[in-house]
Design a binder for this molecule. Structure first.
Ligand SMILES: C[S@@+](CC[C@H](N)C(=O)[O-])C[C@H]1O[C@@H](n2cnc3c(N)ncnc32)[C@H](O)[C@@H]1O
Length: 339
């Protein structure tokens, strides 16, 4: 059992593991309507196993979401890179609990998730998995909570790109920087940040695949200022931003990280079937691409498969970029370990 100490709105709080702190907000990221998720949670509360309930609802009708929630590959990266100690791990934007629940089998976890019903699902599923008391549940925006004690690891899987969204008081890219600066402060010495994020320059996007966050092609990969302008021309305010490897490295260094390891994740960081180090200027990746077809990719907005010819072009281009030592810049997504 552990107690989580933090400050929110100038008040100190001590939250024992197994309990929840809530700072509710109306807006937030949803891949499922709130009412639908609430009714799923009600099924869990009657004793129906969460995997069975999620499969019954989504396996046939929204297979991609089903896999995002239930696929064992969701934790594939963590086993490789988490610090070996037993200290608490903070999972920011814990979603459906895909990372928090498995980690809680071996160490204390803080699941921080601003969307109430998403956190409620994590609690209900954690109860069934026998790890409820290993997790402290914080329903809040990460930037509004100050943790007192450091974490051994902080996970932000699919979160940094959204950290500037669902608010209108701070420039979204400034918020992403604030987010990373705060993570750096809240890690203990030797602690590591683990990120999963799409590559702004992912080859499929450059070839016209819709952006995962906007649902349209040919905007998200543009340099940020131009992307904002193009999205504004369509009457929208751009709030989600991804970055290239060089940009991410620069940002992470600017907030104080010194050891930064990049990995390419195929077809993406959400459901990775191949995770390949980008060390040595991408040599392991380039060797691999010379001998193997990378896993088929998909439209990252809705999970639909890419057309066969599009996939064929992608594969051929990766191979020729690998031969020139350039493919590492155009991988679909990254895992990053930064300390
Ligand atoms: C794409 S989902 C990823 C969920 C989960 N980490 C996963 O890998 O499936 C992004 C998550 O980040 C959360 N999020 C967005 N902005 C956040 C913020 N400022 N603080 C904490 N969580 C945030 C959202 O509520 C959402 O659950």
């Amino acid at each position: 059992m552990f107690t989580l100490n933090f400050t929110h709105q100038q008040k100190n709080h001590a939250l024992p593991a197994g309990q929840r702190y809530a700072a509710p907000r109306a807006e937030g990221f949803r891949d499922t309507p709130a009412t639908e998720l609430r009714s799923l949670i009600a099924e869990l509360d009657t004793g129906r196993p969460w995997r069975e309930a999620v499969a019954a609802r989504y396996a046939a009708t929204n297979h991609w979401l089903y896999r995002i929630v239930a696929d064992p590959s969701r934790t594939a990266f963590f086993e490789q890179v988490l610090p070996r100690g037993q200290g608490p791990v903070l999972d920011i934007g814990a979603g459906w609990g895909q990372i928090a629940r498995p980690l809680a089998k071996t160490r204390p976890v803080v699941a921080l998730e601003p969307v109430a019903e998403r956190l409620a699902f994590i609690e209900a599923a954690a109860r069934q998995d026998g790890v409820h008391e290993q997790i402290a549940y914080v329903e809040a925006d990460y930037l509004e909570v100050d943790f007192t004690d450091g974490f051994e690891a902080i996970c932000a899987i699919g979160v940094l790109e959204w950290a500037g969204a669902f608010q209108n008081h701070t420039d979204p890219q400034q918020r992403q920087l604030d987010f990373l600066r705060k993570v750096r402060r809240e890690l203990i010495p030797g602690g590591a940040l683990v990120i999963g994020i799409e590559n702004r320059l992912g080859l499929k996007y450059l070839l016209g695949c819709p952006d995962d966050h906007l649902g349209v092609p040919h905007i998200g990969y543009l340099p940020a200022a131009l992307a904002r302008q193009r999205w504004a021309e369509q009457g929208n305010t751009l709030q989600s931003f991804t970055y290239s490897q060089a940009e991410l490295e620069k940002i992470l260094r600017s907030v104080g990280f010194t050891q930064i390891e990049f990995y390419a994740a195929w077809p993406d960081y959400k459901l990775p079937t191949q995770i390949i180090s980008l060390k040595d200027e991408g040599r392991p990746l380039h060797d691999w691409l010379q001998h193997q077809n990378p896993p088929a990719e998909h439209n990252g907005y809705d999970g639909s498969p890419l057309e066969a010819r599009f996939q064929e072009n992608l594969t051929a281009l990766y191979r020729s970029l690998a031969a020139d030592g350039l493919a590492r810049n155009f991988v679909p997504s990254f895992f990053i370990r930064a300390s």
